[in-house]
Design a protein around this ligand. Structure first.
Ligand SMILES: CC(C)(COP(=O)(O)OP(=O)(O)OC[C@H]1O[C@@H](n2cnc3c(N)ncnc32)[C@H](O)[C@@H]1OP(=O)(O)O)[C@@H](O)C(=O)NCCC(=O)NCCS
Length: 162
């Protein structure tokens, strides 16, 4: 097996990235990215991309400073499907934690859908511990445009940032 080491950089997501984010999802998903970029301009969130040397974003995710009080919520994490389980998600979470520290906050929180528990092992490996659960509900859009209401339980995890 051949191995190539590719240097990755982390930077803010910008609107010019949108054409390169087709892997992220459909128009509704990309609208959520656009909204996150606007919120970053307002200072409510940091919204970061992990990029290849050519500048292509292969992972995006954010830190939301509007909740919970005194901490930040890491949300909307996604790594391009073909590049998962290579450590890129870890790079992204570490960069988000650095941004949260820069804001002077000492806690990061994130939530896991109990029906999609695979990322939990990653978060626990990075030092996050379970603090509780809460109900979650949102609209999900199928590729044919059908929208259904999805309801689940969210497990909340927290990490103290030293
Ligand atoms: C969750 C997600 C963001 C994690 O990103 P990732 O790049 O796959 O994360 P990492 O590679 O850092 O860590 C994940 C796995 O790779 C392994 N890994 C970490 N570093 C590695 C490396 N250098 N080489 C090989 N494997 C590595 C980890 O042990 C972990 O194991 P797992 O696959 O059994 O969980 C990504 O899988 C994703 O986009 N999933 C779909 C959307 C989603 O679920 N978002 C999160 C909602 S809470």
């Amino acid at each position: 097996m051949a191995e190539v080491v590719v240097p990755l950089t982390v930077r803010d997501v910008v609107e010019d990235d949108l054409p390169s984010l087709t892997w992220y999802g459909n128009a509704t998903a990309l609208a959520a990215v656009t909204e996150a970029i606007r919120r970053a301009h307002r200072g409510e969130v940091d919204y970061l991309a992990v990029c290849t040397p050519s500048g292509l974003p292969v992972a995006v995710g954010g830190a939301d400073y509007t909740k919970p009080p005194g901490a930040a919520t890491i949300w909307q994490l996604a790594v391009q499907a073909e590049l998962r389980s290579c450590g890129i998600g870890t790079v992204l979470i570490n960069a988000l934690e650095d941004r949260i520290r820069t804001r002077g906050l000492t806690w990061a929180e994130l939530g896991i859908d109990n029906n999609r528990p695979r990322p939990r092992a990653l978060y626990e490996r990075l030092g996050y511990t379970v603090t509780g659960t809460e109900p979650g509900a949102w609209n999900e859009e199928a590729p044919d445009g059908t929208v259904t209401r999805y309801e689940t339980t969210i497990t909340l995890l927290r990490k103290q940032l030293t």
